[in-house]
Ligand binder design. Structure first.
Ligand SMILES: Cc1cc2nc3c(=O)[nH]c(=O)nc-3n(C[C@H](O)[C@H](O)[C@H](O)COP(=O)(O)O)c2cc1C
Length: 396
C-alpha cells in the first residue's frame, strides 16, 4: 500500500486508533445559540466520519457557564443527552473511528474591547476551573466519547496561564513552574474524574508567535511535564494569541485572529506546507529524549497524503492532524487509502472557514457547492467551486 504508515494502527493509552489521521478540533457554529447539539452538527460529523478518518476530536466544548453563542457546550448535565446523540450518530456513520471531545475554558471578551486576562482571576477561582473541567470530562465519558482532549492552546484560559505572557505575581504566574500550576491541576482533576482507562490528550501551543510568548524553549518543558503526568497524546498547535491582535473597531470584541499570531494557527496559503512541523518534531524529540513515547500529533497545512506519509515515515510525528483539508473533502482518507489521491478536492488554505468563524457565522468551505452545509457524497473536483485564492496567488 502506498501510504502504509498512515494507514497503520496506533495505540493511544488503552485504545487503538485505526489509522493515523486525526480530525483536529474545529468550531463549527452549528450548535444552537445556547450550545446544544443540532441535526446540522450531527450531519457535519457523520459526513466527516464516513470518509474514513481514524480519530475525530469534536470541536471545543465550553466548560464554564458564561455565555458564548453558537459554541458547543458541556457546562452542565443538560448537554449530555445531545452529546450522546452526537456520539451515536457518528458511530453509526463509522463504527471504527475513535471519538474524542476537546474541552475548553475561555477568557471573556466584550464589545467594549475589554478582554479578561489571567491576572483577573482570584485564587478562589482556580478550584472552580478545575472542577468545571473535571465535570465536563465526566459528562463526555457518560455521553460515550472514547477520549478527552484538554484545550491548552491558542487564546484560551489554560494556554494563557502557560504562556510566557502570564504576568501574575503569585504562584500561578511568572516562572514556568508557576505558569504550569493551573494546567497541571486541571489535568490531574480530569484524570481523577475519568480514571486511567480513558485517554486524556492535551493540545498545546508549541509557539505563541508573539513578543513575548512561548517558544519551543518553553513548550518542550511543558510537553515533557505533561508526558511525565501520563497524557496519552500531545497535539501540537501554534499562534492565535491576543497579544499582537489589532485594536478592534468600535463596539467589537478583540479578535485573536487579527494579528500575526492569529494568522499562524491555520496557516494561510502564503505559508509553506507543514508550517508547524518543526514544532511537532521539536516536541517529539524532547519528549522522547526524556524517556516518554507519548504520540505527537502534527497539524498545519499538511494537505497531501504524500506529505503526511513522509512525515510519519521520517518519525517527525506519530499522527497527522487534518482540519481544513477534511472540512473541504471528508473523503481525503478513503481516497488516499484507495490511492486515488488525485481525486481529493484540495483545501487551498484560503481560510474562508476561519473567517466565517470570526464573523460568528456557520463554518463552511468555499469549495463546497453553493449553500451546502456538508459536501455531497461522493464529492468530486467537478462539483467543487473554484478556489477562493486571489488571482495572483501561486501555490506549490
Ligand atoms: C474554522 C476553524 C476552527 C477551529 N477551531 C479550533 C478549535 O476549536 N480548537 C482547536 O484546537 N483548534 C481549532 N482550529 C485549528 C485547527 O484544529 C488546526 O490546528 C489548524 O486549522 C491547522 O490545521 P489544518 O491546516 O489542517 O487546517 C480551528 C481551525 C479553523 C479553520
Amino acid at each position: 500500500m502506498k501510504f502504509e504508515k498512515m494507514f497503520s494502527e496506533i495505540a493511544v493509552g488503552g485504545i487503538t486508533f485505526p489509522n493515523r489521521i486525526m480530525r483536529t478540533s474545529m468550531v463549527s457554529g452549528l450548535a444552537t445559540e445556547d450550545g446544544h447539539v443540532t441535526e446540522e452538527l450531527k450531519a457535519r460529523y457523520q459526513r466527516e466520519a464516513k470518509g474514513g478518518v481514524g480519530s475525530i476530536v469534536v470541536e471545543a466544548a465550553v466548560v464554564l457557564p458564561s455565555r458564548s453563542s453558537y459554541n458547543l457546550r458541556i457546562s452542565d448535565d443538560s448537554f449530555t443527552p445531545g452529546l450522546k446523540e452526537l456520539v451515536d450518530a457518528i458511530r453509526e456513520a463509522n463504527p471504527q473511528s475513535k471519538l474524542g471531545i476537546q474541552i475548553m475554558h475561555f477568557l471573556k471578551i466584550s464589545r467594549s474591547g475589554w478582554r479578561q486576562k489571567v491576572t483577573d482571576f482570584k485564587p478562589e477561582d482556580f478550584a472552580v476551573i478545575v472542577e468545571q473541567h473535571a465535570e465536563a470530562a465526566r459528562r463526555a465519558i457518560s455521553a460515550g466519547f472514547d477520549f478527552i482532549e484538554l484545550h491548552m492552546a491558542h487564546a484560551y484560559t489554560l494556554s494563557s496561564f502557560l504562556s510566557s505572557t502570564n504576568e501574575r505575581k503569585d504562584e500561578y504566574g511568572g516562572k514556568m513552574r508557576n505558569r504550569m500550576r493551573l494546567p497541571i491541576e486541571v489535568y490531574k482533576g480530569v484524570r481523577d474524574a475519568v480514571g486511567n482507562e480513558v485517554p486524556v490528550g492535551v493540545r498545546i501551543n508549541a509557539e505563541d508567535f508573539t513578543v513575548p510568548g512561548t517558544t519551543l524553549l518553553q513548550s518542550t518543558r511543558i510537553a515533557r511535564k505533561l508526558a511525565e503526568l501520563g497524557a496519552e497524546y500531545l497535539s501540537v498547535s501554534a499562534g492565535s494569541r491576543f497579544e499582537d491582535a489589532h485594536p478592534p473597531p468600535p463596539n467589537t470584541p478583540p479578535d485573536p485572529m487579527s494579528g500575526y499570531s492569529g494568522h499562524r494557527m491555520s496557516p494561510w496559503w502564503w505559508f509553506p506546507d507543514a508550517a508547524h512541523l518543526h514544532l511537532a518534531e521539536g516536541i517529539k524529540k524532547a519528549v522522547h529524549a526524556a524517556g516518554y513515547h507519548t504520540p505527537v500529533v502534527a497539524a498545519g497545512k499538511i494537505h497531501t497524503p504524500k506529505l503526511a506519509e513522509e512525515i510519519l515515515r521520517q518519525g517527525k510525528a506519530d499522527i497527522i492532524g487534518l482540519c481544513r483539508p477534511l472540512l473541504c473533502d471528508p473523503d481525503w482518507p478513503i481516497k488516499a487509502k484507495e490511492e486515488k489521491e488525485n481525486e481529493i478536492v484540495p483545501c487551498t488554505s484560503c481560510n474562508w472557514c476561519l473567517e466565517a468563524d470570526s464573523r460568528m457565522e456557520k463554518v463552511t468551505c468555499s469549495r463546497w457547492p453553493e449553500g451546502a452545509l456538508v459536501p455531497p457524497m461522493p464529492f468530486t473536483n467537478k462539483q467543487a467551486r473554484p478556489s477562493e485564492l486571489p488571482k495572483d496567488a501561486t501555490l506549490g
